[in-house]
Design a binder for this molecule. Sequence first.
Ligand SMILES: NC(=O)c1ccc[n+]([C@@H]2O[C@H](COP(=O)([O-])OP(=O)(O)OC[C@H]3O[C@@H](n4cnc5c(N)ncnc54)[C@H](OP(=O)(O)O)[C@@H]3O)[C@@H](O)[C@H]2O)c1
Length: 276
Amino acid sequence: MNKTGFIGYGSMGGMLINGFLMSGVLGSEETVVSNRTMAKIENLAQEWKEITLTTDNRKVARESDLLFICVRPLDVLPVLREIKGDLANSTHLVSIAGCVTINDIESIFPGQVSKVIPSITSEVREGIALVCHNRKVTRDRIEYLEKFLGAISRVVHVKENDFEVAADFTSCAPGMIAAIFDCFVKAGLRHSEIESDTAQRLIVSTLFGTAKLMTEKGIGFSELIGRVATKGGITEEGVKVLNNHLPSCFDEVFLKTLSKHDLVKEMIKNQRIMVS
Ligand SMILES: NC(=O)c1ccc[n+]([C@@H]2O[C@H](COP(=O)([O-])OP(=O)(O)OC[C@H]3O[C@@H](n4cnc5c(N)ncnc54)[C@H](OP(=O)(O)O)[C@@H]3O)[C@@H](O)[C@H]2O)c1
């Protein structure tokens, strides 16, 4: 007991574990990690000598008082059923799977449950971790969990019902931002002789500067557009095109992502029905 456990060492599990260890908020001697494929976690032992690594999820459940479930949404309930008998009443369970509701988790483990949606940007200690808790999570446990998340991100509380749209803005957005600006760059390349690498560097640096400017100066989107897209100028022409096409495009983005959430939720509901 008194360890922090992680089940699943994929893209997100790996980011959280390495982020917590590297920031110093978590010691390797108090960390226990399981993954289905042992080969994937073995390299952790080279860097973190005292870490406990295993393929035995039940061992992780027995030894952890804070336990992060970092498997894919459809694997969450099967893993919870597997470890259910090894969880203590006082265990604090944290799921990072968007489509798995707190209610789904409580149907198997009726104790302290939090839901967290991290973002890949926490790999460089930036971005947001969305958080909500069930009523059973004590103030101490909330503070303890937020100490971890706060070491690699900014913690933002969101109502569970708003998680899906909020997750589009935080954890899906890095992928969507990359897709948007990839199109911007490719269009620019069709109209110039700029090298692709150079174009990408120009955009990424500008994105970074834009985010910094807006954050440090407290500037909102409309104000920034007004300052750059001056009346009768070049930028205004581009902004007009974007305003014509993007609203319907982003409506479609939400339509698709939200219906995918619904589909996975339905599959998880069926997993519950099949077992009960
Ligand atoms: N990727 C993101 O940006 C992001 C953002 C926010 C939230 N999330 C959420 O984070 C969760 C993990 O996503 P991911 O992108 O990290 O997925 P991933 O890269 O596929 O990682 C999943 C990991 O879980 C392991 N696993 C699967 N079943 C297991 C079991 N029964 N016992 C132990 N380990 C098991 C897999 O092991 P193997 O090595 O054997 O495959 C794999 O390492 C998902 O629920 C996702 O919704 C992801």
